[in-house]
Design a protein around this ligand. Structure first.
Ligand code: PMV
Length: 324
């Protein structure tokens, strides 16, 4: 009744931004991501009839009631699927710089979904596992697969058609994703809260929905053709549009810091010199710069000269779920 799984985090090229159902975590738009090789979570789950509560260890440290309650809520979904009522010990090792704006929730819930379902003897296929991971955090449903992945938003109210599908294997197209860390403070507005406020109050949200549907199709075409410029232009525009919706929210908010703009400026300058690199930004100030492997070194060196850049992690497409 024990299993260990490993899941990698992912970065969205076409963003998931907004829910149509908060409880089931159903998105208003489909999204597209690359699973990353460098950042991952390893989780062991053991169900035991002697336990009187769930216990959660993160990086060797026992967590308090709030964090354990989130894990318990997730385990309840798995317990419901099997009818098993036992509590579990969950032990996670996060190989993701948590507070730095990297989505550790994606690898965290994907690993938890895989390990907990396996520990209870469920043999879930990718689709079912993706739906289960989605209940923890939306972006986690994409971390079930490696390489390029699409999360199909689905239209059904029960969420049965909202899950991720692999669209291109990890090894089929190598790209460089430079995760540029500018500050490590905890983010102020979590994505959950940020997207909710935007959906409810931003007049720009309708524009986002219209544009993102088209951009998803263009991005998929670019991946199919391995057209890097087409993909890069599309992902950068998509990220900017997502962030534009937050400025229209009430009260308005934004995730960028002065250093965020410095990096955008630097990447645009590289492009004016004929080097094709593009930016994307999630619900935080850090920037991910995407380029082709031949340009990786030059992009790294240029970004590394900016004073406000603390650290740069160089990632490539990574694998999907594995069991240890
Ligand atoms: O899955 P969550 O709740 O961490 O939301 C992720 C939201 C973004 O990172 C901003 C976009 C995305 O598609 O990953």
């Amino acid at each position: 009744m024990k299993a260990t799984a490993k899941a990698h985090t992912n970065i969205a090229l076409i963003k998931y931004w907004g829910k149509r159902n908060e409880e089931l975590i159903l998105p208003t738009n489909s999204s597209l991501s690359i699973t990353l090789d460098l950042f991952y979570t390893e989780t062991t789950v053991e169900f035991d009839e002697r336990l009187t509560t769930d216990i959660f260890y993160l990086n060797g440290e026992e967590k308090g009631t709030d964090e354990t309650a989130k894990v318990s809520r997730f385990l309840n979904h798995v317990r419901k699927l099997t009818g098993d009522t036992r509590f579990a010990i969950v032990s996670s090792q996060n190989h993701v710089p948590t507070a730095a704006g990297f989505a550790s929730s994606a690898s965290g819930y994907a690993a938890l979904a895989a390990a907990s379902s396996k520990a209870l003897g469920l043999e879930l296929d990718g689709k079912e596992l993706s739906k289960l991971a989605r209940r923890g955090s939306g972006s986690a449903c994409r971390s079930i697969y490696g390489g390029f992945v699409e999360w199909k938003k689905g239209v059904k109210e029960d969420g049965s058609d909202s899950y991720a599908v692999p669209i291109l294997d990890q090894k089929a197209w190598n790209l460089s994703i430079l995760s540029v860390m500018i500050e490590s403070k905890q983010k102020k507005i979590l994505s959950r809260e940020g997207m909710k406020r935007t959906v409810q109050t931003s007049p720009f949200y309708d524009g986002w929905l219209k544009a993102t549907e088209q951009e998803l199709q263009i991005a998929k075409k670019a991946i199919e053709k391995r057209d890097f410029e087409m993909l890069g232009e599309t992902l950068e525009k998509n990220a900017f549009k997502m962030h534009a919706t937050t400025l229209g929210a009430d009260p308005p908010f934004f995730y960028w810091q002065p250093a965020t703009l410095e990096i955008i400026d630097c990447v645009q300058h590289l492009r004016s010199q004929g080097l094709f690199a593009y930016v994307t930004i999630d619900a935080g100030p850090n920037v991910k710069v995407i380029c082709q492997p031949d340009d990786e070194r030059k992009v790294f060196q240029t970004l590394n000269e900016i004073d406000s850049v603390k650290e740069i992690f160089v990632c490539h497409p990574g694998p999907g779920i594995s069991y240890l």
